[in-house]
Design a protein around this ligand. Structure first.
Ligand SMILES: NC(=O)c1ccc[n+]([C@@H]2O[C@H](COP(=O)([O-])OP(=O)(O)OC[C@H]3O[C@@H](n4cnc5c(N)ncnc54)[C@H](O)[C@@H]3O)[C@@H](O)[C@H]2O)c1
Length: 376
């Protein structure tokens, strides 16, 4: 039985704690929770027999923990994780792994010194069966070379009321960015998992119709060796879309939100070399099928967040693989930091980014946010 504690039992952490407490993760149990907020700790009293702490260090010393799940605001993830890893506790970190690539790299170094300890990032959307199947199809080569990718992520609607809840959200100081680092980090990770890392990013971002300091609208161009990907994200559209389209030489995948459409056809290069049709589609479709309706429903019913903990427990027990490693977390931060840098500097940013420059530019953003709030 893996003895788990959850650090930070706000919206997400409480759900994780509940899932562990209710034994939704076979082979794991909740033994302690920790939160700096008295209200959160009061709420946790319903977890009978579970230790409740204000200070995570105190908890790690007093409890015999096999694993912790960190579900605190973004900036604190690397600091808390470094502590728990050094204490020899397996550590699962909520997304994003950090706010900067610099912090993510330091964390990777720290984890490298304790190789027996498992450390991962809770990119729960990796358990989405459609994404898994898409990765398999693309990496098998059956779809041919990728020609073009579009990812439209406009379904995470957030009103002004959401932002007015305050706290750490929607500020560079508290969160390190807006919809990109918070909501869309999931899709950036899913994208990287399926098609890999680009060579550079060019991006613009805006704050539309909300009184917040950070972006709620992003358009980014990710350049790969032989194709490009347009990544569009917003949290202000009522009728949002969550659709990943990957056009390849021998077919096309249209993924989301609940079904994946798989088109397979002859190699476009071959068709083009031989066809007498000048316009429109040539009669070359080999097959069309949909995948995922029932698995999509199952995904919704079970809950991806539980599956992230289940996978982590399997990793600890040597019975399977966790969903995402620290290196996966770092890769998402390369893209995310790169997108911010590109929009701030109005330049194309080569990857990997310059860690120091990003950390410095972010500090400037935070400082001007602090100065502005003092003036108001
Ligand atoms: N995977 C997902 O689907 C998903 C969904 C929502 C949020 N998240 C992530 O979960 C994390 C938390 O988000 P949230 O919405 O639950 O935020 P939240 O503000 O509701 O909860 C954060 C909690 O952490 C506590 N906290 C802050 N610093 C602490 C510290 N040093 N020690 C102990 N407790 C501390 C706060 O008091 C608060 O109760 C974020 O990283 C967020 O991006 C993930």
């Amino acid at each position: 039985m893996i003895k788990f504690a959850v650090i930070g039992i706000g919206r997400m952490g409480f759900r994780h704690a509940y899932n562990l407490y209710m034994h939704h993760v076979t082979g794991a149990k909740l033994v302690a929770v920790c939160d700096i907020s008295p209200d959160a700790r009061k709420k946790a009293e319903k977890f009978k027999g579970v230790g409740i702490y204000e200070d995570y260090k105190d908890m790690c010393v007093k409890e015999k923990l096999d694993a912790v799940l960190i579900a605190t605001p973004h900036y604190s993830h690397p600091e808390i994780a470094q502590y728990t890893i050094q204490k020899g506790i397996n550590t699962l970190i909520e997304k994003p792994v950090s706010v900067t690539t610099k912090d993510a790299k330091e964390l990777i170094q720290c984890a490298g010194k304790v190789p027996d300890i498992k450390v991962g990032v809770s990119f729960n959307q990796r358990s989405n069966r459609m994404y898994k199947y898409a990765k398999k199809l693309i990496s098998s080569g059956k779809m041919g070379e990728i020609q073009r990718v579009n990812f439209t992520v406009t379904h995470w609607y957030r009103s002004q009321a959401y932002y007015d809840q305050g706290g750490w959200r929607a500020t560079y100081v508290g969160e390190g960015g807006g919809c990109l680092i918070n909501q869309c980090v999931h899709q950036i990770d899913a994208l990287l998992n399926i098609i890999g890392m680009p060579n550079s990013v060019t991006a613009t971002m805006h704050t539309r119709d909300r009184n917040i300091a950070v972006e709620n609208d992003v358009t980014a161009l990710l350049k790969y060796d032989n194709f490009e990907c347009v990544f569009t994200a917003s949290t202000h559209e009522i009728k949002g879309t969550n659709c990943l389209e990957i056009a390849c030489d021998k077919g096309k995948l249209v993924i989301g939100p609940t079904v994946m459409k798989i088109y397979k056809h002859k190699s476009e290069k071959e068709v083009n070399a031989t066809t007498k049709f000048g316009y429109g589609a040539t009669p070359s479709f080999k097959s069309y099928k949909t995948y995922g309706f029932f698995t999509g429903l199952k995904d919704l019913a079970v809950g991806q967040q539980v599956r992230a903990i289940r996978a982590f427990v399997k990793e600890i027990n040597g019975k399977g693989k966790q969903l995402a490693t620290l290196e996966d977390g770092l890769n998402t931060m390369e893209i995310i930091n790169g997108i911010y840098l590109s929009s701030w500097t109005e330049k194309e940013i080569a990857l990997p980014i310059d860690d120091e420059q990003y950390a410095l530019d972010l500090e400037h953003k935070k400082q001007s946010e602090i100065n502005k709030s003092k003036e108001e």
